[in-house]
Write a protein that binds this ligand. Structure first.
Ligand SMILES: C[S@@+](CC[C@H](N)C(=O)[O-])C[C@H]1O[C@@H](n2cnc3c(N)ncnc32)[C@H](O)[C@@H]1O
Length: 494
């Protein structure tokens, strides 16, 4: 049985679920979890390949990004900086010996916590919305050894940017700090949002390398967390659709365009769609950096963008966020009728839900393989190749409706129709009407979007969201936040 050194924070930190568990056991647990979700949904893929694990040396130190939170372990206790405590979201555990990150992350965390403690800075309270310190974000280019450090505070009092930056740059580190930032965030949601970004040193992006391509990763752009593991996953996933020559590929939920650019080396054209403007900006820069002129990146919600476009894909790749895809997006994607859809998922629950919708639209799972890209945690990635089932031939059947032998009863048809009826879409308009009826005030669409984002739900921004998001963001009052949450619960969105 293979055991590794158990992390010092294991008993308190809510970050890792499987610290101290034998690695083969971790793999078995994750594979079984995916298998059982498939069988409960009655999805039987033609082939279910065994889970792919990480080689020994890649099971620790693999995370290239951490979003630490300021807080305390006990109410009004000393300042802490790190992860939420197991089963207690309000408490924070200082994780300055975390094994999932490069040791430089721990050094930067420790320095920042001591700096803030010595200055008497106070944490930002999630409930009262008073206080200064919110988050510390550290990112690393694994192949380039570049580090970005960003402290996130409210604008309620002064933070000594200059002294913090100088202290950071003087730290003895293995990697090289290429950017130091201070983000101001007065949003009410407990997420890293940006009202104002102040660049204190260097640049607000780092370089990374993946499968022979070079990528610029901006501070707020998505990039896969485990570079070595994702390289393996992408290579194997794209090998499932080897025949891309002369074809048009849609890479939906494309982030910084990593998959798009790998596909663009053999495809005729790639369209990438992504909702975060900074990621789209990175994707465009990256394609230029890699000399790929056959990629187009559009900013907006997948459904909204596809609905406005006339071009048609030959192959579709989707890699949605944890919440999965909306039913309208699945229906739109299936409507192209492409032979193959490659689905890369970071949440097997939303994956299986989406696959049941795809199955009703004629797509079957040909091949499934889980990947353990995040050892020690409960997370698992899954790659699925879907194929469109074209009929082999047609038969003509005469059906008589009504009661009696050999007839199909109409009430049974109505029952089935009810079962398969797509759920009514919960639009912003309906949410606003509900709030106005129940609470007697109006809420702005952007406020609803902010709360949905905080819950990791897909958000429908307009395709021109890049321009809109360049404006400073305003945030809803606590009263409006509660009303929006109430509406989202009412419509069973959360
Ligand atoms: C799991 S990441 C995949 C990114 C990319 N494929 C990669 O591997 O780097 C999911 C991406 O979907 C984006 N996203 C979330 N909701 C979206 C929506 N409704 N429409 C378009 N993109 C969305 C997120 O911003 C994020 O970049």
């Amino acid at each position: 049985m293979e055991q590794h050194n158990i992390c010092r924070h294991d008993e308190l930190c809510g970050g890792c679920t499987y610290q101290g568990t034998d690695y083969e056991e971790q793999l078995r647990t994750k594979e079984n979890a995916v298998r059982s979700l498939f069988s409960s949904a009655e999805i039987t893929p033609a082939q279910f390949a065994p889970i792919e694990g990480c080689p020994g040396e890649q099971r620790i130190g693999y995370r290239n990004k951490m979003e630490y939170t300021f807080g305390d372990m006990v109410k009004d206790g000393p300042l802490c900086l790190g992860m939420h405590k197991i089963k207690n979201f309000m408490s924070i555990v200082t994780v300055d010996e975390c094994q999932l990150v490069h040791p430089d992350f721990n050094r930067i965390l420790r320095f920042t916590l001591d700096f803030c403690t010595n200055r008497g800075y106070v944490k930002y309270h999630k409930k009262s919305h008073l206080g200064l310190l919110r988050n510390l974000v550290v990112r690393r280019g694994v192949r380039t050894g570049e580090l970005l450090v960003n402290i996130v505070t409210s604008s309620q009092s002064e933070f000594d940017e200059e002294a913090w930056k100088e202290g950071l740059l003087a730290l003895p580190l293995d990697c090289r700090i290429v950017g130091v930032m201070h983000t101001l965030n007065d949003g009410l949601a407990d997420t890293v949002a940006c009202d104002e970004l102040r660049l204190l040193y260097g640049r607000e992006y780092y370089y990374e390398e993946l499968l022979g391509l070079r990528f610029i990763v901006h501070e707020f752009a998505f990039f896969q967390t485990n570079v070595d593991a994702v390289e393996r996953l992408y290579s194997e996933a794209l090998a499932l659709i080897p025949d891309l020559e002369g074809k048009t590929v849609f890479d939906l939920y494309c982030g910084t365009g990593t998959i798009s650019q790998i596909a663009a080396r053999s495809a005729a054209r790639v369209l990438g769609v992504e909702i975060v403007p900074e990621s789209v900006e990175s994707a465009r820069e990256n394609a230029a950096l890699n000399g790929l002129d056959n990629c187009e990146f559009v900013c907006g919600d997948v459904f909204a963008v596809l609905d406005t476009r006339q071009d048609k894909p030959d192959v579709i790749i989707v890699d949605p966020p944890r919440a999965g895809m909306s039913q309208e997006a699945v229906t739109r994607i299936a409507s192209y009728g492409v032979k193959q859809i490659l689905y890369i998922s970071c949440n097997p629950k939303s994956l299986v839900k989406n696959l049941t919708w795809f199955a009703e639209l004629g797509y079957e799972a040909e091949y499934v393989r889980p990947y353990d890209n995040f050892p020690m945690t409960r997370h698992v990635e899954t790659v699925v190749l879907l194929s469109h089932k074209a009929p082999d031939s047609h038969i003509h059947v005469k059906v008589e409706f009504g009661e009696g032998k050999g007839k199909v009863p109409l009430d049974k048809i109505a029952e089935r129709a009810e079962k398969y009826k797509p759920k009514e879409t919960v639009t912003y308009k309906r949410i606003k009407e509900y709030i106005e009826d129940k609470f007697g005030f109006k809420v702005h669409t952007a406020y609803i979007a902010e709360i949905k984002r905080a819950y990791g739900l897909p958000v429908h921004d307009a395709p021109n969201a890049v321009e809109e998001l360049k404006q400073p963001r305003k945030h809803p009052t606590p009263e409006k936040v509660e009303a929006i949450k109430d509406a989202l619960k009412h419509f069973e969105v959360i």
